[in-house]
Design a protein. Structure first.
Length: 145
């Protein structure tokens, strides 16, 4: 499964950005199409291991669970733990790299498969739109805090 990737520089340190990424209850405020994001299993470090999502991002309307693996404030990766009706596979990663004392480069990688057939080019374009929208929403949310 090929991954689509993009990055953005956010005017905040990695720990502040990762705090926003880990705050799943706030996703409906900034992550386009996410109606709810409920933690169903936590970890010893206080960050979620599994999250149930309700997505309404036309034409995709679905419910699914993602399983998360955290690497401190450096990275978080996820994969589909409980598939939905449309989403059959999803693997993603946020990687955070300091740019200087006050900025962080956030790279988002994503690979998605759905139950309806899509041409590879259309799938990559959809992934790119998802990634770019998420990065812009994340940047806006972090810098507003």
């Amino acid at each position: 499964m090929a991954r689509t990737a993009s990055d953005i520089v956010i005017d905040a340190p990695a720990d502040q950005i990762m705090d926003v990424i880990a705050d799943f209850g706030a996703y409906p405020d900034w992550a386009t199409g996410v109606k709810t994001a409920d933690v169903v299993a936590g970890s010893d470090g206080g960050r979620a291991q599994q999250v149930h999502f309700v997505l309404d991002a036309a034409p995709i309307r679905d419910e699914y669970d993602l399983g998360y693996t955290w690497d401190g404030n450096r990275a978080v990766s996820w994969s589909l733990a409980e598939p939905g009706k449309m989403l059959t596979s999803m693997d993603g990663t946020y990687v955070l790299e300091p740019v200087d004392g006050t900025q962080t480069r956030v790279t988002y990688q994503l690979a998605v498969d759905v139950s309806v057939p899509l041409l590879g080019m259309l799938k990559r374009k959809a992934e790119k739109v998802i990634i770019d929208t998420a990065l812009k929403g994340l940047k806006k949310q972090v810098e507003a805090l």
